[in-house]
Ligand binder design. Structure first.
Ligand code: UDP
Ligand code: MG
Length: 239
């Protein structure tokens, strides 16, 4: 199984070297235990960082060919960075891709379970956080409101799942057929209709730096989710 671990990176110079080291260790562990093929890679997608994140990524790539990087010329947003990574991995004949944030808030040890689920036939494996206790009250509140609205609109979203997930090649193919520009990957993936599984993990605090999801980025993501999968918002607009 050729696995690509795709990591979106935006202004993460404080933590990115450490993240790469930790993911490198994880990758070699998985290769040594023959869970994944030696051709597996870690792919960092620099989403137009204004700091020296790219410097760290390219240094790591020079030292180790298992580290690869893509760089956007400007900040296109987390969802677009993920999509670029998945598209690239698909082009490199990956059998599966796992997307994970650069701050490693999501427990990387869940990757083993993602792989087990993939090998037993799942095309989409959702990482589900065990609790929202590391979230500030505001974030917890807005997340709950968001799930309520999505429920009312009848859009399928998996609760407490963000963008930590595995996609099989078949799932990547289905995803790449979408020609969306305002991406809300959680919604698209949940509508693909292939074999699904869930893996639970504990959320940690950010390994360093601040959240790169500004309020306006959060609102715009939520609006994409709300308007992309239901015609109710359009009906409302005309009444
Ligand atoms: N990120 C990105 N582009 C952006 C904002 C964030 O690629 O415009 C990346 C960021 O570097 C991280 C991931 O998306 O790898 C999630 O962001 P963050 O951890 O800041 O979000 P939070 O966990 O606070 O919701
Ligand atoms: Mg985070």
């Amino acid at each position: 199984m050729k696995l690509f671990i795709v990591v979106p990176v935006y202004n993460e110079e404080e933590i990115i070297e450490n993240t790469i080291e930790i993911l490198k260790l994880k990758l070699s562990e998985l290769i040594l235990s023959e869970q994944i093929d030696n051709s597996s890679r870690i792919l960092l997608v620099d989403d137009g960082s204004a700091d020296d994140s790219w410097g760290a990524i390219s240094n790591a790539g020079v030292l180790d060919k298992k580290i690869q990087g893509i760089r956007f010329s400007r900040n296109e947003g987390h969802q677009n960075a993920l999509m670029a990574g998945i598209t690239y991995a698909y082009g490199q004949n990956a059998d599966a891709v796992i997307t994970i944030d650069a701050d490693l808030q999501q427990d990387i040890n869940a990757i083993d379970n993602f792989i087990i689920k993939f090998k037993t036939g799942a095309d989409v494996v959702y990482g589900i956080r065990n609790s929202r206790k590391t979230d500030e009250i505001f974030k917890r509140f807005t997340a709950n409101c968001f799930y309520k609205i999505m429920g009312i609109l009848g859009t399928r979203v998996i609760k407490n799942h963000a963008d930590y997930r595995l996609l099989s090649r078949k799932a990547m193919e289905a995803l790449l057929e979408y020609r969306e520009t305002q991406l809300f990957l959680r919604g698209i993936v949940a509508s693909i209709g292939l074999v699904e599984e869930k893996v639970y993990f504990d959320v940690k605090d950010r390994s360093g730096g601040e959240s790169k999801y500004t309020i306006s980025k959060m609102v715009s993501l939520a609006l994409n989710g709300i308007t992309s999968f239901s015609i109710h918002p359009m009906h409302l607009f005309f009444t």
